[in-house]
Design a protein around this ligand. Structure first.
Ligand code: HSE
Length: 422
């Protein structure tokens, strides 16, 4: 019997308790103690005799507990619990992407020192076995690029906005109710959740620590239904992508941003809370993994898989060659690659504006591919109206000069999105 100390009994913790109670695969596992904030509150589903405690030492320092499962979220308290458990020689399983993205090198160093496994399959894309795939199957190949929809909440929002014309706020409330969204949903929609996952995946794919704080990041929080609609009318879908690519000089270019994907792109058809990760590598060329990337049930499946590996003695003990311990990558600048762009500007509704905007693009040698000003009631020049443009391929630097010139006119820049070609 392998005994578990469960730190955190929120949405994911409750999902794990349900799975442990029902899965025949979990027969050899038993929860011995649960760490919660309020130990007096009843916790349905726990086996009789389980200790419910608010003291983390009751888990980390109990010699009768073999594995600590960390589902607290956040970084500081989670780091204290996980590092203490590892130092006590306990195996750890965590679903905490913030913790690993930020403090992964310290935690893997501790796990290596104490020769204990640290399982983290559930930290990225919930139920998709992407961590295993990168650490095991694909380590035999040389990965050149990685691109993924790694946040379920934003993909759920974008899908429902696109298919039902549903409002952003309604969809977000549903995502919270269904248990996908983070406690602070700003974390999902601003790209912060995705960039932590990007840091972890890029570390494993490219073999050295990628510090997520150095990855340029933006989210979907400035998008409107109008952008989703216009992108579709042009043959694209908007997706929040986490991307990393080896550059020609063997640096790494990485970015998290909403982009316009052509409908035939393999990630364009990933819907709702599903995630998808596309891996380009020399031998396999292109591999797509897709599945439920958020929610308590898929996350619990990945946690249980890590627990079973530990219980059966198959879990990897990190060594000095572990990617989180193999130095840090210098990040280049993915935005330096020429690209097409979609822009929604806010400009005054008066004669000559369009000519002035077009003139600015011409002056910076950016060729426009399309221009659309949706019809609005005549405001007699009194207010800003949307102007939607797409460009032919250009550098981001050149585009930024145009945006700066527009800003100098006091005009708004609402949305700037890269258009991805393949
Ligand atoms: N809030 C996250 C998401 C949950 O929506 O993907 C999984 O990390």
């Amino acid at each position: 019997m392998t005994t578990i100390g469960l730190a955190g009994a929120g949405t994911i913790g409750s999902g794990l308790i349900r799975l442990l109670n029902t899965s025949p695969a979990a027969r050899s596992l038993r929860i011995k103690a649960v760490l919660v904030r309020d130990a007096a509150r009843p916790r349905p589903g726990l086996p009789v005799g389980t200790l419910v405690t608010a003291r983390s030492q009751d888990l980390t320092d109990d010699p009768g507990i073999d594995v600590v499962v960390e589902l607290l979220g956040g970084v500081d308290e989670a780091f204290r619990v996980v590092s203490r458990a590892l130092a006590q020689g306990k195996a750890v399983v965590t679903a905490n992407k913030n913790l690993l993205a930020e403090r992964g090198p310290e935690l893997f160093a501790l796990a290596a020192k104490h020769r204990v496994p640290l399982g983290f399959e559930a930290s990225v894309c919930a139920g998709i076995p992407i961590i295993r795939t990168l650490q095991e199957a694909l380590r035999a190949d040389r990965i050149t690029a990685l691109e993924g929809i790694v946040n379920g909440t934003t993909n759920y929002l974008l899908t429902r906005m696109s298919e039902e014309r549903a409002s952003y706020q309604d969809c977000l409330a549903d995502a919270q109710r269904l248990g996908f969204a983070e406690p602070d949903p700003d974390y999902d929609v601003s790209g912060k959740d995705a960039v932590c996952k990007a840091g972890i995946l890029a570390t494993l794919a490219f073999g050295a620590y990628v510090d997520f704080r150095k990855i340029p990041t933006s989210g979907i929080d400035t998008l409107e239904l109008e952008d989703v609609r216009q992108a579709e009318a042009m043959g694209y879908r908007i997706k929040l992508l986490a991307a990393a690519r080896r550059s020609a000089d063997d640096q790494l270019d990485a970015e998290v941003a909403a982009v316009l994907l052509p409908l035939e792109h393999p990630l364009a058809s990933i819907r709702m809370e599903y995630n998808g990760v596309l891996v380009d590598s020399e031998g396999l060329v292109r591999t797509l993994l897709s599945g439920k990337g958020a929610g308590p049930a898929p996350t619990a499946v990945s946690i249980l898989a890590d627990l079973l590996d530990i219980a059966e003695g198959r879990a990897r003990i990190p060594g000095a060659e572990h990617p989180f311990l193999a130095g840090a990558f210098d990040l280049g600048n993915r935005q330096s690659t020429p690209s097409r762009y979609y822009l929604r500007l806010a400009v005054p509704d008066r004669s000559g504006t369009l000519a002035q905007v077009a003139g600015l693009f011409a002056r910076h040698d950016i060729s426009l591919a399309s221009v659309l000003q949706p019809e609005v009631p005549d405001t007699a020049g009194g207010s800003l109206v949307p102007l939607i443009l797409t460009t032919h391929s250009t550098s981001r630097g050149r585009l930024d000069l145009v945006l700066a010139a527009l800003a100098a006119e006091g005009w708004g820049r609402s949305v700037v999105l890269r258009i991805q070609e393949n």
